[in-house]
Ligand binder design. Sequence first.
Ligand code: HEC
Length: 147
Amino acid sequence: MKRWIALIAGIALASTAALVAAQASKPVSVWSGVYTAAQNKRGEELHADVCIMCHGRKLNGAGQAEMPPSPAIAGESFLRKWGGRNVLSLFVYVRHTMPIDGPGTLTDQQAADAIAHMFAISGIPPGNRELPVDARTLTNIMIDAKQ
Ligand code: HEC
């Protein structure tokens, strides 16, 4: 009896692993719930601390006059610009070049949270899973301008 349970558990585990592997290789869209509402909140706070003076409160590039002219980091034209690329490329860009007056000062987690907020302001809905910081998963999440 015990052996049967172990066998069934083993099969269940193996098929779960296969399922996870299959999901990992299949690209998903940013529109499929790739960040959480709580993560957006953290990103919003970070934005207000670190990004707002250049990219503006609405993330539309309307920052303070004394700051360098900065592009919109949310909305349709931003999504079109990054459309067809994966979230890893955006993550690497933000993580290593922003804020432009202190590149490399964000943690991986902060970069992911900032991107969650950029998606939220772009009208992309939240879901149940946080936007992760691992490269393999981010490679499989594609940026599309439209749902
Ligand atoms: C001191 C001003 C400044 C601050 C602060 C700043 N940025 Fe930027 N950001 C810029 C400028 C200028 C560019 C355009 C750079 C270029 O085109 O080479 C830019 C570009 C970007 C882009 C790419 C936009 C595009 O059109 O592809 C993203 C995404 C971005 N910033 C996110 C952030 C985030 C997130 C923060 C806060 C953690 C931040 N920035 C803080 C000035 C700033």
